[in-house]
Design a protein around this ligand. Structure first.
Ligand code: NDP
Length: 329
């Protein structure tokens, strides 16, 4: 028997509740690889899946947790054997499939990535989906020509999970980083991660009044979307790129096409869920080499399975700083 956070739905009221329950290996869904989970994390989507569902969960009872790292216990796939350290993000695990808020998980071999050398299971989950996505965003900006020395790179939602990792990686690579935050009390934290400038959320959150403003940013990792992304597009330098990662501030994009037409600005979409294996591997290897582990440790907020219902509600309210690492054992 082992422990898992199980979310159940009351069919009459439609209300969901999550609690730690015991289950057996036979309760786990089908998959080629059974993993003894060490750590999982809390992402925005986890907040939805622990709580109201957000249309992501297909069936109840449900075990959330969109990412995990652990050790292979049993494998029917030749790519993995007992004892291998693995990490999983995406593929709708924790949404359509049972996820990592459990001491054991059973998944498809295709969804796993071997843990790169230089990372242990805890540091891999300190990075988690948010950190992997931040790295995919940085790689996309680089693939579109961003180099240190081009000018300041803006990170929106900087004190969140994606923003914290993006800030640390960009600063480590030698970029000048400006972090947008709505929480002024996180300024020291962001400076420690490497941000040289803090931009107040209200400074940049207003609806676009002029389609083009001064050319300010050489690149942007945007975790916020909405009015902020629309505004940022008009502040990009000629030919610069914005990697659109998230929608913490809204899914609408109240922008004009003028920055694309007159400044050759690029809007790059970043998806971590269906990201092809080779690029995932490249991103994890880049994390091992380009994310300073001491900075990563500063982002970590430790938690256990029993903390998850509260943390799920917190992340939906934008109250989580950095990365929550859940020790499921
Ligand atoms: P967090 O909640 O940790 O961070 C989001 C941050 O955005 C907050 O910390 C806050 O930063 C800022 N924020 C929150 N609400 C608002 C608002 N109303 N207006 C402006 N800023 C706001 O989440 P994650 O970092 O884990 O994820 C960020 C986004 O990226 C989410 O939308 C998530 O769904 C998405 N995502 C997308 C992925 C993909 O594959 N494309 C993968 C992973 C995440 P501060 O306090 O500093 O202002």
């Amino acid at each position: 028997m082992f422990n898992a956070l199980v979310v159940r739905k009351d069919e009459d009221s439609g209300k969901t509740t999550g609690a730690v329950e015991q289950m057996g290996l036979d309760d786990l869904p089908h998959g080629e690889v059974t993993v003894a989970v060490d750590y999982s994390t809390v992402n925005y989507k986890d907040g939805l899946c622990i709580g109201p569902g957000g249309g992501l969960v297909r069936k109840y009872p449900h075990v959330p947790g969109i990412d995990f790292a652990g050790t292979v216990e049993e494998s029917e796939d030749p790519r993995y054997k007992a004892g291998d350290k693995v990490v999983l993000t995406g593929w709708r695990v924790g949404e359509a499939h049972w996820g990592g808020y459990s001491q054991k998980a059973r998944v498809r071999a295709d969804w796993l990535v071997p843990l790169p050398s230089g990372l242990d299971t805890r540091s891999a989950m300190a990075v988690g989906t948010a950190g992997l996505t931040a790295m995919l965003a940085v790689m996309a900006l680089e693939d579109h020509g961003l180099e240190p020395g081009h000018g300041p790179v803006l990170v929106t939602g900087a004190a969140g999970g994606v923003g914290s990792v993006a800030t640390a990686v960009l600063a480590h690579l030698g970029h000048e980083v400006a972090g947008v935050t709505g929480r002024p009390e996180t300024a020291d934290y962001l400076r420690d991660l490497g941000a040289s400038r803090i931009v107040a959320r209200e400074e940049i959150n207003e609806t676009v009044k002029r389609p083009l403003e001064g050319e300010t940013w050489a690149g942007c990792v945007d975790a916020v979307g909405g009015a902020m992304l629309a505004r940022v597009l008009g502040q990009m330098k000629y030919g610069a790129s914005v990697a659109a990662v998230g929608l913490a501030g809204g899914a609408a994009l109240p922008a004009t096409v003028i920055p694309f037409l007159l400044r050759g600005v690029n809007l790059l979409g970043i998806d971590s869920v269906m990201q092809p294996y080779d690029n995932r591997l490249r991103a994890w290897q880049r994390i091992a080499s380009d994310l300073p582990m001491d900075k990563l440790e500063a982002m970590v907020q430790p938690a256990t399975l029993t903390d998850l219902p509260g943390l799920g509600a917190d992340i939906l309210k934008g109250r989580v700083k950095g990365r929550v690492v859940v020790d499921v054992n």
